[in-house]
Design a protein around this ligand. Structure first.
Ligand SMILES: *Cc1c(COP(=O)(O)O)cnc(C)c1O
Length: 471
């Protein structure tokens, strides 16, 4: 090591001295002593590493004085009070954006979370009998009413639902799946891997683009535990394709005494055709084929909290409930409270598409989206941002979250060009705001998709732009 570096390391601020100064500033009102000490060590250690690793020309940049070290410790400790999980403005046009939390909850769901969370509840207490009850009973009746299922069970998410059902019905046995359905749903969820973890064996049949009923028939043997159909949520194979429909798989399963499962993924409860969207099989439709068990998510097309919903035949559900894994994958009371309120909206489907924000975004006529875009532009123009230019564009939004992958949803974008700043720089600044605004960028323009922006986001967009322009 060169002399300059050695000298600098000797002059590193001393931890005791940093602490002494911090104590004078009443640091312990912000964090206990052990956290303060650990943070001081981190700050000094980081400085030491940077000095060792820095290029020689950068060395003069490091300040070794006590005051800057104290300031850094303070900054880190104050940072502990900054919420990491925060609301953002989703201006991407991806309605069920998995990275942005999928479905926003309806006001009723939020109210129920507060109500149930702030006090004790009858979570696992049967009020009629005065004895222990089951937590998922609070929503199973509603789910059965809405889907025609005999019974329902709720777990942490749909990945957990699939794991639990596979493990219950096909542990140590084979589950037959079409090669065209061996999908990956982002975030490490791959059907073959989930199968492996469920201790069932994958029996692949058919080819990527064509699988016939006879392929399943031929694969059945004494070890077969389950026939599994998986909704190819996030992609479509088009052209020369063939798949066995759920009706014929159910008939095959019945004739051979093998249960049939359909992992629906999105789990739609309403007729999307009514709103000009492509047909997505509803849970009721799929169940009416006589399939033994269906799994779907709570926070995709359903528009509720993260949850995995398992519906189907009573005897099969009984077995699944008894699986010890069920306990490990169980749903919490806040999710149940939110799910119950979300499901209630479906008793009036026409109202549900207005009350549940993700469904509203999916089904809203483009004219209404345009109206909102014009309103936003009018508000932005009032602010007299001198280097910004606003424009309207027609484009397409997406359902996202692995739902309706080929559905083009017409939308309206507000484009923002900034004479003084590159669009990529602006994107970054908007992303780093206290209430981040997550936008699309195209060439040198920021694009805000009004399909995923609600009017109560306007304030954050306007204030955010003011901040971005002021520094
Ligand atoms: C999304 C999806 C899953 C995973 O559901 P999560 O609720 O995200 O765990 C499983 N299977 C299919 C077909 C899906 O589309």
């Amino acid at each position: 090591m060169d002399e300059q570096r050695k000298e600098m390391l000797k002059k590193l601020p001393k931890i005791d001295e940093i602490i002494l100064l911090l104590e004078k500033q009443d640091i312990y009102s912000l964090a206990p002593r052990d956290i303060v000490i650990a943070t001081c060590r981190t700050v000094v250690q980081n400085l030491r590493e940077k000095i060792i690793e820095a290029k020689e020309k950068d060395l003069p940049k490091f300040s070794l004085d006590l005051a800057s070290a104290v300031g850094e410790v303070e900054r880190l400790i104050k940072g502990l009070y900054r919420y990491s999980l925060r609301r953002v403005v989703n201006a991407t046009g991806v309605i069920l954006h998995t990275n942005l939390g999928r479905a926003p909850l309806c006001p009723e769901a939020l109210q129920r979370i507060v109500e149930v969370g702030k006090s004790y509840s009858n979570l696992e207490f049967d009020l009629a009998k005065g004895e222990r009850g089951q937590r998922y009973d609070h929503v199973s009746h509603l789910i059965c009413t809405l889907t025609g299922a005999e019974d329902a069970l709720i777990v942490n998410n749909n990945a957990a639902a699939v794991l639990l059902v596979l493990n219950t019905l096909a542990e140590g046995k084979e589950a037959i799946v079409s090669r065209g359905e061996l999908i990956e749903i982002g975030g490490e969820f791959r059907i073959p891997e989930i199968m492996h973890k469920s201790a069932s064996r994958l029996c692949e049949v058919g080819t990527t683009n064509r699988t016939r009923l006879s392929d399943y028939e031929k694969a059945i043997n004494a070890d077969t535990g389950l026939i599994l159909k998986v909704h190819t949520s996030n992609f479509r194979i088009v052209g020369f394709t063939e798949e066995a429909d759920i009706e014929s798989l159910v008939a095959l399963g019945k004739s051979r005494g093998i249960p049939v499962m359909d992992d629906l993924g999105s789990g739609c409860l309403i007729d999307l055709d009514l709103y000009g969207l492509q047909h997505e099989p509803t849970v009721r439709e799929v169940l009416s084929t006589g399939v033994d068990v269906v799994t779907f998510s709570g926070d995709k097309l359903l528009g509720g909290p993260q949850a995995g919903i398992i519906v189907g035949k009573k005897d099969v559900l009984e077995k699944i409930k008894k699986n010890p894994l069920n306990r490990a994958l169980r749903i919490d009371k806040f999710t149940l409270a939110a799910l119950e309120a979300t499901l209630m909206h479906y008793l009036n489907p026409a109202a549900a598409v207005k009350k549940l924000r993700s469904l509203k975004a999916l089904t809203e006529p483009v004219a209404a989206v345009k109206k909102r875009a014009l309103k936003l532009i009018a508000k932005l123009q009032k602010e007299n941002f001198d280097s910004l230019k606003f424009s309207l564009h027609e484009d397409f939004a997406a359902a996202g979250g692995g739902s309706l992958p080929t559905q083009k949803i017409p939308t309206i974008l507000v484009g923002i060009k900034n004479k003084k700043m590159a669009a990529s720089r602006m994107e970054e600044k908007l992303r780093k705001l206290e209430v981040p605004v997550i936008v699309r960028v195209d060439k040198d323009e920021i694009l805000l998709d009004l399909r995923t922006i609600a009017e109560d986001d306007f304030l954050f967009i306007i204030e955010g732009l003011k901040q971005v322009m002021s520094n």
